[in-house]
Design a binder for this molecule. Structure first.
Ligand code: SF4
Length: 111
C-alpha cells in the first residue's frame, strides 16, 4: 500500500470550520441580500451580519475561504462582497515585498 500520509487532505477537513459558524443559527437571508435590496436597508442588514461574524469562532478560516474562492455574494468572515472585491484588488496591485527593484531586469549585471 502506498504512502497515505502525504498528498491533499480530505475535502471534509477543509470545510469542517463551517459546522462552527454562528450563521448556522440564523436565517441565510441575513447574510445574502434579497433581490432588489439597496441603500440603507442593505447596509443595515450587512452590518447585522458582520456583527455576528465578529463573534464567530471561525471568522478567520471563513474569511480566508471567501477570499481565496472569490465568493461573489454575501457576507463571509465579516466582509461584504464589495469589501472582498476591494481587498482582492488591493492585493493584486500591491508590490511583492520579496521582489527587489532592478534585480531581475534582463541584461543588468550587478556583480
Ligand atoms: S464568520 Fe460569519 S459568515 Fe463566516 S462562518 Fe462565522 S458567522 Fe458565518
Amino acid at each position: 500500500m502506498g504512502d497515505t500520509t502525504s498528498g491533499p487532505s480530505p475535502v471534509a477537513d477543509q470545510w469542517d470550520w463551517q459546522f462552527e459558524g454562528l450563521c448556522r443559527t440564523v436565517s441565510p437571508e441575513l447574510f445574502f441580500h434579497p433581490e432588489g435590496e439597496r441603500g440603507s436597508a442593505r447596509r443595515r442588514r450587512d452590518e447585522r451580519a458582520k456583527r455576528l461574524c465578529l463573534q464567530c469562532p471561525v471568522l478567520e478560516p471563513c474569511r480566508a475561504h471567501a477570499l481565496s474562492a472569490r465568493e461573489p455574494y454575501g457576507v463571509w468572515g465579516a466582509m461584504t462582497e464589495e469589501e472582498r472585491t476591494a481587498a482582492l484588488s488591493e492585493a493584486d496591485i500591491a508590490p511583492d515585498p520579496a521582489a527587489t527593484p532592478d534585480s531581475e531586469e534582463p541584461g543588468r549585471n550587478t556583480a
